[in-house]
Design a protein around this ligand. Structure first.
Ligand code: NAD
Length: 259
């Protein structure tokens, strides 16, 4: 379905991004992985995508806090034919009350979780407009729609991503380009594992009990969503059935934001 398309997934060396990259590859897209991590593990992930799905896979280690690095990653993608599907997914988390929140963490979360979406989107739009086709899919969060305590920077960034998604959707409407935000609830990735460990430590309970407490507090289904489910949704948004879905913020959150 996506044969001949090139998908760049930021923050795809782990978790949801890797799930999305693998799903897009399964649907036939060539893939550019991005993110940090162990060089051997990244190489293994790249090779697995090529051998399992018969597509091309590349890796670019651009730091998403650096606008110049983002721009050169997108220029480098020209060698593969240019980015047709941009998934803005890189993200980090830090939890603390506002008055204890380190300003350096605030700046980093805004840079990676919000500003990188602007920098990457502005860099891909000219070639998408020339082709008359493109998909920008932003991994926002249930925290783009509702708030929780101790997540000021994250909630501000994710609400910002949803606003930016709407603006890009309006500016590109009718051009063959769509821009949407996926809003996952809890997905058990390294980003969430750290929060589970923090609950276990603070409350003196097991990791399993802490995971149950995390889910029970927010997600009525009491089950984690998976990177594969988020990936399957990104594939749907990339297909022609989703041509008229744009500017939307779509929860995959077990009922979290229905409350
Ligand atoms: P993760 O920690 O498994 O993955 C984060 C990815 O971002 C990694 O590949 C990491 O290397 C990359 N990254 C971090 N800083 C970077 C930087 N400066 N430059 C380039 N890459 C960088 O976390 P995840 O849970 O898979 O999160 C992915 C996205 O999903 C994030 O935007 C997160 O906010 C969002 N999200 C996660 C959940 C969840 O429950 N896990 C829920 C809603 C939204």
């Amino acid at each position: 379905m996506l044969k001949g398309k090139v998908a760049l997934v930021t923050g795809s060396t782990s978790g949801i991004g890797l799930g999305i990259a693998r799903s897009l590859a399964e649907a036939g897209a060539d893939i550019i992985l991005n993110g940090f991590g162990d060089a051997t593990e990244i190489d293994d992930a790249k090779r697995a995508i090529e051998s399992e799905f018969g597509v091309k896979a590349r890796y670019n280690g651009a730091d998403m806090t650096q606008p110049e690095a983002i721009a050169s990653m997108i220029s480098a993608a020209e060698e593969m034919g240019g980015v047709d599907i941009l998934v803005n997914n890189a993200g980090i988390q830090h939890t603390a009350p506002v008055e204890e929140f380190p300003p350096s963490k605030w700046d980093a979360i805004i840079a990676i979780n919000l500003s990188s979406v602007f920098h990457a989107s502005r860099a891909v739009l000219p070639s998408m407009r020339k082709k008359g086709w493109g998909r920008i899919i932003n991994t926002a969060s249930a925290h783009g729609l509702v708030a929780s305590p101790e997540k000021s920077a994250y909630v501000a960034a994710k609400h910002g991503v949803i606003g930016l998604t709407k603006v890009i959707a309006l500016e590109t409407a009718g051009s063959g380009i769509t821009c949407n935000a996926i809003c996952p609830g809890w997905v058990r990735t390294p980003l969430v594992e750290k929060q589970i460990e923090k609950i276990a430590e603070e409350e003196g309970i097991s990791i399993d009990e802490a995971a149950g407490r995390l889910l029970g507090g927010k997600q009525p289904s009491k089950a984690f969503a998976t990177p594969e489910q988020i990936g399957a949704f990104a594939v749907f948004l990339s297909g022609s059935a989703a041509d008229q879905i744009t500017g939307a913020s779509l929860p995959i959150d077990g009922g979290w934001t229905a409350q």
